[in-house]
Design a protein around this ligand. Structure first.
Ligand code: C2O
Ligand code: CU
Length: 545
């Protein structure tokens, strides 16, 4: 099987969008019977530069984004996406693309029920779309992949070539006379293009939760996040305020991702087109996913954080393209207990002890780690038991002072939590995540087509969605949050607890989730959050009606 056919050639040759839509589900002939069964989630792109020393850099504190104005109960923010220089590796200056020129971007601190507006100015050389991951937002503020901010001076001819895919699809099988014809203008059914800037409106009628924001440009999210277009966002509410959890400088936001650097200390990524014009996707050797060999927390390699001997609340986010982590906290040969208090969608009903934290791309874990039993001077390494070599460690804490701890972990965290029941589900749908003929990552045998919807759930209902797969696929739903109902025919794993928006489906695994459709009608995505899979077509629409 050749790995050289790219997605557009495939779309053109197979005419999938026009011919097979709606008929492919369950049709095995489109599926590749073989598939990787190992725990691998990608291929390491080794850095050419000497790796920096571990536990040298201080853990950066990411600045909080300040509103430029507040009026009528709405806070307004301005953000500029631009290229900037960053100090990531000692002795090198690395060019990044950042929200406000920093990587990670500034942290958004928001209140449940208080609307915010974010105007994003795009000064990058490529189109962008910003998605607030975990947000319950109207479709036109969801950062849909073809709803783009096109920067001033972006080469419209390159753009037109990029847009031709859908013109070919619209023309039929793509094998006719239309093939290769560059359209005069982008199909408005598919593309929504905003020159230079636009404003996203986030109602935030949702419970306290750790969200994050990142680029979502169709076919190019992988390289655009890799260059730095990621940031954290926290929604807070009274229910959370009321708890006596570690807060202030004892609450740490830890955005974890892996990157690879060239000999000059610049970020390197195996794009098919390094200019990010056309085509999207990565070189075939990396199509399972791109892994870096430098682990960054808040943008610093293997940092160190000095802490008091108290409890700390850690807001963990796996912002990596494809890397999966399994985190433990090790003091010498002893492992510290980890107490999980929240997941992607906010607080759990009750805290639970976890032996380790398995995190696939886009998942968040809200945990409390207690350093109080440790003498001053103790070092605690955050290890990654599924990473080899340098990827086996993430960061280090050093207990450097004694303080009195007044915080608690209450037995009951969240009174408003509603546990969904199988009986609540009004329907069952299956989404199969699989490598298909032509080496395209597909959902139900189909590469992403922005005009097609695989499902039309009704607003206000709950459905049971069954995710099946041939590989590790972290499946994410926009808008709708879910609770994991079963895994591989049995009970969910303990770390599947709570409201979630991303769940890892393991090779040949089956995960059933109860998804609740609240908030808005319209077109949203269900997709794999391994960004290389996502960019190589593993996305589908559902339309809430
Ligand atoms: Cu975190 Cu569709 O994305
Ligand atoms: Cu995937």
């Amino acid at each position: 099987m050749s790995r050289t056919v790219n997605r557009r050639q495939f779309l053109t040759a197979a005419g999938i969008g026009a011919v097979a839509a709606g008929t492919v589900t369950g049709c095995d002939s489109l599926f590749t019977p073989k598939g990787p069964v190992s725990g691998a989630t990608g291929t390491v792109m080794s850095s050419a530069v000497e790796l920096p020393p571990r536990f040298d850099a201080e853990l950066p504190k990411v600045p909080v984004l300040e509103p430029v104005r507040s009026a009528g109960g709405v806070d307004h923010y301005e953000v500029t996406q631009r290229a900037a220089d960053a100090q990531i590796l000692p002795g090198f200056t690395t060019q990044i693309w950042g929200y406000n020129g920093i990587f990670p971007g500034p942290t958004i601190e928001a209140r449940s029920g208080r609307q915010i507006e974010v105007t994003i100015h795009n000064e990058l050389p490529v189109p962008t779309s910003t998605h607030l991951h975990g947000g319950v937002n109207p479709h036109d503020s969801d950062g849909y992949p073809t709803d783009l901010i096109v920067p001033d001076g972006y080469d419209k001819r390159v753009d037109a070539a990029m847009l031709s895919m859908h013109a070919r699809q619209a023309a039929g099988t793509g094998n006719g006379p239309q093939q290769g014809r560059v359209p005069q203008k982008p199909d408005p059914q598919v593309w929504s293009l905003h020159p230079d800037s636009r404003t996203y409106r986030y109602p935030l009628e949702q419970r306290a939760a750790p969200l994050w924001y990142h680029d979502h440009r169709m076919d190019f999210s992988g390289p655009q996040l890799w260059r730095g277009l990621v940031g954290s966002a926290f929604v807070r509410d009274e229910e959370e305020d009321f708890l006596d959890l570690a807060a202030g400088d004892k609450e740490l936001s830890l955005l974890i991702c892996d990157r690879s650097f060239d000999a000059d200390g610049q970020l390197q990524y195996p794009s098919k087109d390094p200019q990010l014009h056309d085509p999207g996707g990565v070189k075939s050797a990396y199509m399972d996913g791109v892994l870096g060999d430098v682990l960054l927390v808040n943008g610093a390699p293997w940092p160190v954080k000095r802490v008091a001997n108290t409890k700390y609340r850690l807001r963990l986010l796996n912002a990596s393209n494809a890397r999966v982590y399994q985190l433990t906290f090790r003091a010498g040969n002893r492992e510290l207990p980890i107490t999980q208090i929240g997941s992607d969608g906010g607080l759990l009903v009750a805290p639970q002890r976890l032996p380790s934290i398995p995190m696939s791309p886009a998942e968040r874990f809200d945990v409390v780690v207690d350093f109080s039993a440790l003498p001053v001077g103790t070092e605690v390494v955050v290890a990654n038991s599924v990473g080899s070599g340098p990827a086996g460690q993430v960061m280090k804490f050093v207990v450097d002072r004694a303080e009195t701890d007044t915080t608690t972990i209450p037995d009951r965290l969240c009174r408003s939590y509603r546990r969904l029941d199988r009986k609540d589900a009004v329907g069952v749908r299956t989404f199969d995540f699989r490598l298909s003929t032509g080496d395209i990552w597909t959902v139900n045998g189909e590469p992403f087509d922005p005009r097609e919807s695989l499902a039309t759930p009704k607003l206000g209902t709950v459905e049971l969605w069954r995710f099946t797969s041939d590989f590790n696929h972290p499946v994410h739903t926009h808008l709708a949050h879910f609770q994991v109902h079963s895994r591989d025919g049995g009970k969910p794993n303990r770390h599947d607890a709570g409201w979630k928006d991303t769940v890892n489906v393991t090779p040949y695994g089956v995960v059933e989730v109860l998804v609740e459709f609240t908030g808005f009608r319209g077109k949203y995505l269900v997709h794999c959050h391994n960004l290389e899979h996502e960019d190589m077509a593993m996305m589908a629409n559902f339309t809430v009606v």
